[in-house]
Every structure is written in C-alpha cells, then in structure tokens.
Design a protein around this ligand. Structure first.
Ligand code: UDP
Ligand code: MG
Length: 315
C-alpha cells in the first residue's frame, strides 16, 4: 500500500500542533490513507518541538525535526521533503489554513496519475486590504515573470516522490517552492480550496518580511529586472535625444528657455534611474554572493521519530 508523507513547517505553533495532528489523523484514516506526519520546527522558541516530541512518543507515524535557528518556511519545506519516506508528499501549513479535508481529493488525483497536485485558493481568507492589494500586485508580477498564472497558488500541494526528489536535486539555495513546482513541469492537476482562518496564534509575516520575501522570490526566479534596467536606460537615452533636439530647435529659432528647471529635472531623473538600476544589480550580486558562499540552507539540531538518513545540513 502506498504511503503519504505530510510535511508541516511549523514556527512557534505550540498551540496548533495537537489539533492539526488530530484533524489530519481523522481525515486520513477516514479516507483509508496510510501516512506519516513530518513536523519541521523552524527554530521555534515557544516549545513547539516539545509538543512534537510528546506526540511522536505516542504515535510512531509522527516525526519531527528542529532547526538550530529560524531558517524560514522554504528551508522547512525542503528539510521536510528530504525526510519524507512516502510515495507522495503533501506540504501544508500548521495553522489549519490549508483545509485537510481536500487531502483525499489530492490523493485521488495522484492515484489517477498526477505527479503534482496544486492547491488553488478560491478566496484568500481574512486578510487586510493592504495585504490583499500587495499580494495581488506581487502575484501579477510573478505570473508575468515566470509566464505562469500564480495568482491563486499556494504552498499547499501534493508532489509525487519523484518530483520531490527532483526539487531536492536543484542546487540553488534561494528557492521559491510555490513556483518551482510549476517550473519542474510534470503532469499537474488542480484542487480548489477555501482558505480557513488561522486556528491559534498570529501570522508570522510582517509587512517588511513580506516585501523582502516578494523581492527575493521575484529575483530568484527571473532576471527580467536586470534586462529592464537596459530597457529603461535605452528609453531614457531616446527621450534625452528628443529633448536635446527640441532644445536645439528652440535655441536656433532664438527663443531658448532660460531653463534651469529642465537641467535639474533631468539630473534628478537620470540620477534616480541610475541608483535604482545599481540597486537591482546589487540585489542580484548579493544573491550570487550567497549562492557562491555555499552555506547550508538549514541546520538541523534535533530529530524525533524514525527519520531516515537525512543530511543534517543541506547544501
Ligand atoms: N513558518 C515557518 N517558518 C517561518 C514562518 C512561518 O515554518 O519563519 C510556517 C508557519 O508555522 C506556518 C506556515 O509557515 O505553518 C505559514 O505561516 P503563517 O501562517 O504565519 O503565514 P500566512 O498563513 O499568514 O501566510
Ligand atoms: Mg497561516
């Protein structure tokens, strides 16, 4: 019989673990799916790992990893994937915002031959107007950059074991799980779900965190911003030539503007463009620097349960 691994990145989710386990156990046993749950505590400091350890002591199907510090959700997902022993892996949040009720549906699609089953949000749940606006903008941009519709995608998805292995083989450290599952291709099916409210605690995202997450992912997936620098520069040059011709014509026709304004505006415009462009290049340089250093994506400090031979650090 096939087994399902459920990977659950958890950062300070002490109050959610137990409920998540019981809801998952309920749904999965009703659907007659053999499973293991892999909780990856992302350097939590609220005792999340203790709760996982207690649960694992009672149920052999529960496994846990703890990071030496907070490495971020992406690292948690990849650590979970490399510890998964199932024939298919589902990644889901620990706060029950990804409804476990759709897992049997994903499982069916997989049994029918799908290699990737994407969880697609039908609505975004409770989010502030600003968050919604920002997320909408980000996903429009990402969709354009990647050439795939990302607007309703999420980290909630099922991967065949082979797809998970392919993802683990990718050498880059700045990963964007949500888009990589599109990028690798394979036969993909969609399953729709409504985002539930977070059970306990608060979302881990600050606006600042979200902005840096967005920039990181957009640039980890596309070099278009770099090319955009060239385009914008070209347009600026063309505009300056036009402006130059106009100024010359005015000068020759004898009504030259005393025009200090034009000069200052131009200096400001070009200066601004240069700085933005340098910033974009600098951002890519920073990413290259990080990749070249070759630091591990995460460091595992503790494990609990029957975790296979996984690397404690991952390059
Ligand atoms: N998470 C994580 N590491 C982090 C931040 C979040 O593993 O640094 C986990 C978190 O425990 C949860 C999931 O990622 O299971 C989604 O986080 P959250 O609910 O805070 O985000 P939101 O649902 O608001 O997008
Ligand atoms: Mg959440």
């Amino acid at each position: 019989m096939s087994m399902l691994s459920v990977v659950i990145p958890s950062y300070n989710e002490r109050d959610n673990i137990k409920e998540t386990i019981s809801v998952l156990a309920d749904v999965l046993s009703k659907a007659d799916i053999e499973y293991e749950l892999i909780f990856v505590s992302d350097g939590s400091d609220d005792g999340t790992f203790d709760v996982i350890r207690d649960a694992a002591a009672k149920d052999g199907r529960i496994k846990g990893l703890e990071f030496s510090r907070n490495f971020g959700k992406e690292a948690g997902i990849f650590a979970g994937l490399s510890a998964a022993g199932g024939d298919a892996v589902i990644v889901m949040d620990c706060d029950l915002q990804h409804p476990p009720e759709v897992i049997p549906e994903m499982w069916k699609e997989w049994q029918n031959g799908a290699m990737v089953v994407e969880g697609i949000k039908t609505d975004r749940g409770k989010e502030s107007v600003l968050h919604r606006l920002f997320a909408g903008l980000f996903y429009k941009l990402m969709s354009a950059l990647i050439g795939m519709d990302m607007s309703a995608s999420s980290d909630f998805k099922l991967l065949d074991k082979r797809v998970a292995e392919v993802l683990l083989e990718l050498p880059e450290r700045n990963t964007f799980f949500r888009a990589l599952s599109f990028w690798v291709g394979f036969e993909t099916k969609k399953v729709y779900y409504e985002v539930a409210d977070r059970k306990h605690g608060k979302s881990k995202w600050s606006y600042r965190g979200l902005v840096s997450y967005a920039i990181r992912n957009a640039t980890s997936f596309s070099t278009l911003p770099l090319q955009a620098v060239t385009y914008i520069g070209t347009i600026t040059i063309i505009l300056s030539v036009i402006l130059g011709i106009q100024t010359l014509a005015r000068y020759l026709s004898g009504n030259a503007a005393t025009g200090f304004t034009t000069v200052i505006l131009l200096i400001l415009l070009v200066g601004g463009l240069l700085m933005v462009s340098l910033g974009i290049i600098g951002h890519y340089l920073a990413r290259i620097y990080e990749e070249v250093k070759g630091r591990p994506r995460y460091i595992i400090s503790k494990t609990v349960g029957d975790v296979p031979e996984i690397k404690f650090i991952r390059r």
